[in-house]
Write a protein that binds this ligand. Structure first.
Ligand SMILES: Cc1cc2nc3c(=O)[nH]c(=O)nc-3n(C[C@H](O)[C@H](O)[C@H](O)COP(=O)(O)OP(=O)(O)OC[C@H]3O[C@@H](n4cnc5c(N)ncnc54)[C@H](O)[C@@H]3O)c2cc1C
Length: 403
């Protein structure tokens, strides 16, 4: 049963977007799924959303080069890039629909992973940071969390930047920073006005990883979510940067961070979960039809049918919600609470959907030959990373009470 494309058609996506969805679907079936067996048990693949880095950790250069070539030839490399910067200029809704196709497999498809706030780059910053990130020559990481500042970064952030002459001097320590070691540019938040803090007193800096004031160490704490630790501690010791390293305006770095989190780490968690949930459902339907116990396929047992029905309900509800919220973001609405809704449901329903799929598959559900446990771990992680489920509920309640 393929409910996926039928549902997308019901949204009357523009013809060019439907075409991109079909291209993406074909790439997934013909190029990525055949690589999945090699990818899944590989100890080198990293948790994280830097597709090219994850691919290079597992596959030989010719495989990675081929995928990059397909991405560039089809234009999908520029999926998330505005027209002004040479990209496809697609709406967020279109990006959601296309990304959902790619999230059907554990094998990442390489494309320009540009944090939306990097489009704030001005003057020399464009050549130095934005263009190399769009072209895949440089990658970024995001440094907000600190040892004592997770859910409440605005209130608890200790990293400071002070102006000395025409330089900014940054001091402090960030923790749990994904991909810091592999990244060229650290987008780091620092307090520049302790009185104002998140209301005009936090600034975002673009810091080169090789700046002599930056020291990165692999975090000793390992997580169960990825087979190798991809989180790092980043120390800033009298790290000197210039005015040119300020992203956006001085004092506006907290809202920039929120803008990045709202779209990348919250709204786009919708398609991130949907692709995986759809795959889990498709696999579960097939498995239930062919797995026989006590003389009948398990698909004939109501206990299994209800699991399949619940998974389907979650997928349909999440897809409707995600597409609507994406359309509202495209219409220019403030979607901070709406993105929190998508983040909360995609991570919680996503993990429970994968949990059911693992159960339906029995012992095979735990096997590394199938993508189910990896998907489960990724989705369980999203109940914490990018803002916990509790914080998403706080954002939603705040809007309800304010309105
Ligand atoms: C794998 C991984 C990758 C990460 N990558 C990055 C990264 O690249 N960059 C980055 O900056 N950060 C990153 N993080 C950090 C992540 O964003 C934080 O861990 C997360 O925001 C939670 O912060 P915390 O761990 O300090 O939890 P805490 O803030 O200590 O919270 C502990 C618990 O209390 C709950 N809680 C807190 N406040 C309230 C409240 N007011 N009401 C009710 N409950 C509350 C929380 O929901 C949570 O359940 C990453 C984390 C992980 C695990």
């Amino acid at each position: 049963m393929d409910t996926h494309v039928q549902t997308q058609n019901a949204y009357q996506l523009p013809a060019d977007v439907k075409e991109f969805c079909e291209v993406a679907k074909r790439i997934v079936r013909e190029e990525l799924l055949p690589l999945e067996q090699e990818f899944l048990p590989h100890p080198g693949h990293a948790y994280g959303l830097k597709e090219t880095i994850n691919l290079k950790a597992v596959f030989k250069k010719d495989v990675v080069d081929r995928l990059i070539r397909i991405s560039r030839d089809t234009g999908l490399w520029y999926l998330m890039v505005p027209e002004k910067h040479g990209g496809l200029g697609l709406s967020i809704l279109a990006q959601v629909a296309i990304l959902e196709q790619f999230m059907y497999t554990a094998v990442p498809f390489p494309f320009a992973n540009v944090p939306n706030i990097l489009y704030e780059c001005k003057g020399n910053q464009i050549d130095r940071y934005l263009t190399p990130v769009i072209e895949g020559d440089k990658t970024t990481c995001f440094g907000q969390t600190e040892p004592n500042a997770g859910s409440d970064p605005g209130g608890m952030m200790q990293t400071k930047a002070v102006k000395r002459g025409d330089k900014w001097i940054i001091n402090g320590t960030k923790m749990w920073i994904s991909m810091a070691h592999e990244s060229d540019i650290i987008m780091v938040q620092a307090v520049t006005d302790p009185e104002k803090r998140q209301r005009g007193g936090i600034t975002m800096f673009l810091v080169d990883r090789n700046n002599p004031g930056v020291r990165i160490e692999e975090q000793g704490i390992k997580t169960w979510l990825g087979p190798r630790p991809a989180q790092y501690i980043v120390h800033f010791d009298d790290c000197e940067v210039s005015e040119e390293n300020v992203l956006g305006e001085v004092g506006k770095g907290f809202s920039l961070g929120q803008r990045w989190l709202t779209i990348h780490d919250r709204l786009l968690r919708g398609p991130y979960a949907l692709g995986k949930m759809q795959r889990a459902l498709d696999m579960s339907v097939e498995w239930a039809k062919q797995r026989v116990t006590f003389g009948k396929p398990i698909a004939e047992r109501q206990a299994i049918q209800w699991k399949l029905a619940d998974m389907y309900v979650d997928i349909q509800a999440l897809r409707s919600m995600t597409y609507e919220m994406a359309a509202r973001a495209d219409a220019g609405e403030d979607v901070r609470a709406e993105a929190a809704l998508v983040k909360l449901t995609s991570s919680e329903w996503g993990a429970r959907c994968l949990n059911e799929a693992i159960q339906i598959h029995g012992a095979m559900g735990e096997s590394l030959e199938l993508p189910l446990t990896l998907f489960y771990r990724y989705l369980r992680h999203t109940q914490i990373g990018g803002g916990t489920s509790e914080i998403q509920r706080i954002l939603i309640a705040r809007k309800l009470l304010k309105d």
